[in-house]
Design a protein around this ligand. Structure first.
Ligand SMILES: [Zn+2]
Length: 315
């Protein structure tokens, strides 16, 4: 080889190695945008969309609370890829370890990022006492749907069952900061859990509160209305809702959700009393609510179907 060709060969080799390394190296996730809604309380607000390959399941509000000893993540997003981005957001704020990953309930947009935190040393996955069974029953269906929605971007996503469960209430100590967890009777689902950061009066309501996006009834309509009354009495300073931004305006947000659920309850009861079929009820109930909620047509009919099934055998 001439000196020149040696040089060219070396350069090509270096270029080939560089390209190989660049292709092989795992992509470092970019941190999600988070807003510090209260000191040490960070939220990433999800989009009012269905899960797609572009949003990777970033359709619910997720975030974390930073203590003096460690960090608690509250919900992890709709895919492991999104969870990895959330983990980068934590890292951008603090080097403290993540000691708790709390899931507010079973829905995929809240739990499917869990895997991104599974190698945090000593981390506990925390959920309602009924969360494990609920996830086990739906695991296959949830995963199949995610693969349909986002294809190979679903790689690494898996169900992680809670390792620490809450049957009524439980306090988690983050060092100089305590989170009060509360498990609720069946409402949005049968495994709803709220997280109150006592220090700032911030309540993570999970999907017990929807703002702007139409709620989905996957538990009990009657139960949910009851729980909303109790949530009000907690008198938090602000609420991080499961969808949309409730913030300090949470009372009005609860009012709007109550209105929707009450309309569905009342009109479905009337339809049943008038011996209307389920199909007829689905076509008629809640028409006044259209236009008040985003994604109305995607969920409303299912909500009336669920309400009809629940109310049909009422005394
Ligand atoms: Zn939900």
């Amino acid at each position: 080889m001439t000196r020149e060709s040696e040089f060219r060969f070396a350069w090509r080799l270096a270029a080939a190695i560089f390209i190989a390394v660049a292709v092989e190296a795992p992509a470092v996730a970019a941190p999600l945008t988070v807003r510090e809604v209260a000191p040490g309380v960070f939220v990433h607000f999800g989009a009012h969309e269905e899960t797609t390959r572009d949003n990777l399941g970033s359709i619910a509000n997720i975030g974390f609370v930073v203590g003096e000893k460690c960090v608690a993540v509250v919900d992890t997003g709709g895919s492991a890829a999104l969870g990895a981005q959330l983990r980068e957001s934590v890292r951008a704020v603090t080097r403290l370890p993540v000691c708790f990953v709390i899931n507010t309930h079973m829905h995929p947009d809240h739990v499917f990022g869990n895997a991104a935190f599974s190698d945090e040393p000593g981390v506990a996955f925390v959920g309602h006492a009924k969360l494990g069974a609920a996830l086990a029953a739906r695991e296959r269906g949830y995963l199949d749907r995610l693969h349909q929605e986002i294809g190979d971007a679903a790689a690494g996503t898996r169900v992680i069952a809670p390792t620490l469960t809450v049957a009524s209430t439980r306090d988690l100590d983050l060092g100089g900061r305590v989170l009060n967890l509360r498990a609720w009777p069946t409402a949005h689902t049968d495994n709803d859990l709220t997280v109150l950061d006592a220090q700032t009066g911030t309540l993570w309501s999970g999907d017990l509160l929807f703002v702007e996006r139409i709620p989905s009834i996957d538990g009990s309509l009657i139960g949910w209305l009851k729980v909303l009354g109790e949530l009000r009495q907690l008198e938090p300073k602000r609420v991080v809702s499961g969808h949309g931004d409730a913030g300090a305006g949470w009372r009005a947000a609860i009012d709007r959700l109550e209105e929707y659920l009450a309309v569905v309850r009342n009109e479905t009861r009337s339809a049943i009393k008038a011996r209307r079929t389920m199909q007829a009820a689905v076509a008629e109930v809640g028409a006044t609510q259209r236009g008040k909620w985003l994604l109305f047509d995607d969920y409303h009919k299912r909500n009336v179907t669920a309400a009809y099934a629940e109310l049909e055998w009422e005394d």
